[in-house]
Design a protein around this ligand. Structure first.
Ligand code: ADP
Ligand code: YYY
Length: 231
């Protein structure tokens, strides 16, 4: 059966992969090159987690997380040159990258009520991008498998864990490499309880960026996405 494609339908590029594989930087580059919007779904999970910590919600209590998750209003700015994330009107782009959020986010993302809410929000952003323009690059862990299984292009972006840790460490001003790697391994394992960050979704093209520069990864995905809309 062929996919349903309304006329004038834009494109959705789904980029999934584990922490530190290069999803955000690659997705922004691909979106900028192709003139698409950019949706960072990890930033939404992080923003919800930040709000919970800020409001004293026990992030080890799944029931408390589930009920609190219904309150905050999240907004993602989808310009690939300057993406933003806002909770109840407050910009939290820097706050969501802090250690407290990084430590707790997998547990918050593991609560089904949270996922139901954010998956629906992500679909609204994708629908809006399709209605208003040529489409969107959406990145996360479950875009191709769950959020938008009819994406025109599905990429599974990965890199060796040691390389991911080294890149993450460099980003954090040369943070302790052993700790960064342990942190990454823990999050890979915790995320795997909820999504499948270490496996490609059915139909996804695997791009291994271990030995590729960022520019080369972007060029490869632009090529795959361009080919997909031609065929
Ligand atoms: N192919 C690459 N080569 C070198 N550095 C990269 C590459 N891809 C990403 N990076 C760097 O690795 C770090 C993590 O990338 P990021 O896009 O934040 O990953 P993710 O969104 O998957 O967690 C960033 O500092 C980014 O600039
Ligand atoms: N679609 C998504 C995106 C992120 N998550 C979860 C899993 C991750 O640990 C957190 C944060 O995601 P994020 O992409 O910001 O993580 P990294 O920057 O790659 O470390 O959210 C998810 O469960 N589903």
């Amino acid at each position: 059966m062929s996919q349903y494609k309304p006329s004038g339908h834009g494109v959705v590029v789904a980029i999934d992969g584990p922490s530190g594989s290069g999803k955000s930087s690659t997705s922004r580059g691909v979106a900028a090159d192709l003139g698409l919007r950019y949706l960072d779904t990890g930033a939404q999970y992080r923003a919800l987690t930040w709000w919970m910590i800020e409001h004293g919600v026990d992030v080890d209590d799944a029931a408390a997380i589930a009920s609190a998750s219904l309150w905050p209003r999240l907004e993602s700015g989808t310009d690939p040159e300057a993406p933003t994330i806002t909770v109840d009107g407050r910009r939290v782009d820097a706050e969501i990258r802090g250690q407290a959020v990084t430590d707790a986010v997998s547990r918050v993302a593991g609560v089904q009520t949270v996922r139901n809410r954010l998956i629906e929000l992500q679909r609204e952003y994708i629908r809006a991008a399709l209605a208003e323009g040529p489409g969107v690059v959406a990145e996360g862990r479950d875009i191709a498998a769950v959020v938008w299984p009819v994406a025109d292009t599905k990429i599974y972006l990965t890199a060796d864990q040691a390389v991911r840790a080294a890149r993450r460490g460099a980003e954090n001003g040369g943070a302790d490499l052993i700790k960064t790697q342990a942190d990454l391994a823990r999050r890979d394992a915790e995320d795997a309880l909820t999504t499948r960050p270490l496996d490609a979704a059915p139909g996804a093209v695997v791009v291994d960026g271990t030995h590729l520069s960022l520019a080369d990864v972007i060029a490869r995905i632009v090529e795959i996405a361009t080919e997909a809309v031609r065929s």
